[in-house]
Design a protein around this ligand. Structure first.
Ligand SMILES: [Zn+2]
Length: 241
């Protein structure tokens, strides 16, 4: 009987251990793969507006294959978007930055190398801004931290360096490659007036994103939405005016 009780306790302990370890593992895996969105004070992730406007944003480009594919669709649909570029990709593909500006899109700053810890935050921001300026003659204004994470002190540093931290309010979750229909649903089912939508045009193969983009634009317009750049969206924010 005593042994039986002890075994049950041990069993309970083992079960508890497994559940806890499983939970911790899940959290650890998530923190490695999920962009963690921290809406620290001073960050911009939506516009307060009744108007049916949204901003499409694309991160991690420019990419020689996927960025032109995204741009072709935006051109065909006469839609404008904001691209958060990586400095090193920008340096390798300056012609794509020129095309972005020529076709009416906005360029944001997404660090130089996508270092999640942002150990050289200011240097990377400045290098990326310089790469954008060298290619287009325009400076970056919005900064999106890799993974969407910025501590309060990093937000302050970014602000002091002349940028606004821009996050998002609707995640297409295209970075998970969940299938074209799921990407479309993730946007269309969660969209609201003033939303900033997160998508990707680089960093990994973005075939699903490219296929989802046309249907997303069509569905948004069917619902009466107008697509604007982040700067335009900000001018429509009733709480900022
Ligand atoms: Zn990114």
């Amino acid at each position: 009987m005593r042994i039986y009780v002890l075994s049950r306790r041990k069993l309970a302990f083992v079960l508890l251990f497994l559940i806890t370890a499983g939970g911790l593992l899940t959290i650890a895996q998530r923190s490695l793969t999920t962009p963690s969105l921290v809406r620290a004070p001073g960050t911009y992730y939506m516009a307060h507006t009744q108007e049916k406007v949204v901003a499409l944003t694309f991160d991690d480009g420019p990419d020689p294959i996927d960025t032109p594919a995204v741009l072709d669709i935006l051109k065909e649909k006469q839609a404008r978007a904001t691209f958060f570029v990586l400095g090193q990709a920008a340096q390798s593909n300056p012609y794509l930055l020129k095309r972005l500006i020529l076709e009416g899109h906005e360029i944001g700053n997404h660090s130089f190398k996508h270092d999640y810890q942002q150990r050289h935050l200011v240097d990377e921001m400045n290098q990326t801004d310089q790469a954008v300026f060298a290619a287009t003659g325009t400076h970056t204004y919005f900064y999106r931290p890799p993974g969407g994470f910025a501590s309060k002190s990093q937000v302050d540093t970014i602000r002091n360096n002349g940028h606004i931290v821009a996050l998002w309010s609707v995640d297409s979750k295209d970075w998970r490659n969940p299938g074209v229909k799921q990407i479309v649903d993730n946007v269309i089912k969660n969209v609201f007036p003033g939303a900033i939508i997160l998508m990707h045009d680089g960093g990994y193969q973005r075939t699903q994103t490219v296929k989802a983009l046309g249907p997303i634009i069509v569905a948004l317009r069917d619902q009466g939405y107008r697509l604007v750049t982040l700067s335009e969206l900000k001018t429509l924010d009733s709480e900022i005016k």
